[in-house]
Design a protein around this ligand. Structure first.
Ligand SMILES: Cc1ncc(COP(=O)(O)O)c(C=O)c1O
Length: 439
């Protein structure tokens, strides 16, 4: 039922995949509609992952496909270096209007990783522009994920990923992660315990001196690290410390933006205003690769000095503001707005959390975390077989027509925001059964 069609699989070196394992038991989908991925034989899988946290408006949206197609016919490509096209400007205006506070300038990239590296460079160049070029240190957080560029990987906090490459950026330090099972297990939304961990930033300020620190970057909810909502009050305290010491605060919202937490941006949900936001994924509903950095006016304006003919920020990509990505992005924002998908996500959150947490007494479950339309079901590790139990549960779910993602020992869920209650039931019923079947 799940076998791949007979085709050669050797040449494609798959990203972030156990290639030999996958190719010995491949599963290929060649179509997607609404909440489902489909195989050539018609077998379908309910997508509990929104692709990879990106397809917030559901699959196969004809409005997006039409916008891409008509843009490709009208203007396939134009550089954004020294020339331009209307959709890039329109899209940036729309994003700025959606963003909280004075984040009213937008730098367009092609992925979340590029958005993160761009944001880090903006932070460094901002301080140089203000005559504080000694601020070169970047602070990330353990268990944080910021993509696979050298900047993002350097501030990222996954030991296994960092160790694989050895040589990363220097002048980087990390806050401790905010997860503590003893105090937080099975909490819904923001855990009560852990706000004091923000004081660790004060420790780093003491250690390095604020005058050497350019920026702090955190995901408001750590996503790839296993869905770790921030402790109540933690982000506010980070903001206060950054403000006190002239350090820029970057929220990496590649996962949390565009309705995942019931708002345009997690910054709004938590009532904390960062200086920069990085986003991608739901920006175009995953249909065309794109990322963006939303930049506060005071940061942007610091660059706008010197003679008019001078390039203010020596950075960009061939495909920055690509016409097809802008067309997809504009159509995506239209859908979010017209269908009220952010509000829809907020309205489903309680039911989603109830169904997720009802798995607490199922076999192997050692923690469940949920916030917005996100959840992680963390399993006890099987001795000598790290992460295999979660992988086998993922396969059991797939056999039963539900695609969940496994990340280490956790099963991670982030469905499209168009999900119906009956489909939420299906996801958790299938997961419950699958957990009973794995050893
Ligand atoms: C928070 C965060 N930042 C950055 C990235 C990198 O995005 P991309 O894979 O588009 O480069 C991801 C990807 O999952 C992410 O979750």
């Amino acid at each position: 039922m799940l076998a791949a069609p007979d085709r050669k699989l050797d040449a494609y070196w798959m990203p972030f995949t156990a290639n030999r394992r996958f190719k010995s038991r491949p599963v290929l989908f060649d179509r997607a509609e609404g909440m489902y991925y489909l195989q050539p034989d018609g077998h379908r899988a309910l997508d509990a992952t929104a692709g990879l946290w990106c397809v917030n408006a559901g699959h196969g949206r004809s409005e997006i496909a039409d916008a891409i197609s008509s843009q490709a016919r009208r203007l396939d490509y134009i550089s954004s270096f020294q020339v331009g096209h209307p959709s890039a400007f329109e899209f940036a205006e729309r994003l700025a209007a959606l963003a909280p506070g004075a984040l009213n300038h937008v730098f367009l990239t092609n992925s979340g990783s590029e958005a993160v590296d761009t944001a880090l460079k903006i932070a460094l160049a901002y301080h140089r522009a203000r005559g504080e070029g000694q601020r070169v240190r970047l602070i990330g957080r353990e268990r944080g994920y910021h993509g696979m560029g050298f900047g993002g990987l350097s501030v990222g906090g996954h030991g296994t990923q960092r160790r694989a490459f050895g040589n990363l950026l220097s002048a980087v330090d990390h806050l401790p992660h905010t997860y503590d099972a003893k105090h937080q297990a099975f909490s819904r939304g923001e855990p009560q315990w852990g706000a004091h961990l923000a004081e660790e930033l004060n420790r780093l300020v003491q250690l390095h001196d604020a005058s050497t620190i350019a920026a702090v970057i955190v995901e408001p909810v750590a996503g790839s690290g296993g869905v770790l909502p921030p402790p109540l009050g933690y982000l506010k305290r980070l903001r206060e410390i950054c403000t006190q010491h002239g350090i820029l605060l970057i929220f990496d919202e590649v996962i949390t933006a565009f309705g995942r937490l019931g708002h345009g941006f997690a910054a709004e949900r938590f009532g904390v205003q960062p200086d920069l936001i990085t986003c991608a994924k739901g920006l175009t509903n995953g249909a065309v690769p794109m990322g963006a950095v939303l930049v506060d006016a005071k940061v942007h304006d610091a660059f706008m000095q010197g003679p008019q003919h001078a390039t203010e920020f020596l950075h960009g990509y061939t495909y920055s503001g690509h016409p097809l990505a802008c067309a997809a992005g504009l159509a995506t924002l239209d859908i979010y707005e017209r269908d009220g998908l952010f509000e829809r996500s907020l309205g489903l959150e309680q039911y989603w959390a109830e169904r997720a947490h009802a798995l607490s007494d199922r076999p192997h479950v050692q923690d469940i975390r949920s916030i917005g339309l996100l959840a992680a079901i963390e399993l006890k590790s099987r001795p000598e077989q790290a992460s295999l139990r979660a992988y086998e549960t993922h396969l059991q779910c797939l056999e039963r027509g539900v695609l969940v993602r496994c990340a280490g020992e956790a099963l991670v869920l982030s469905p499209p925001l168009i999900i119906e209650r009956a489909q939420i039931d299906e996801i958790f019923d299938v997961l419950s059964e699958a957990l009973g079947r794995v050893a």
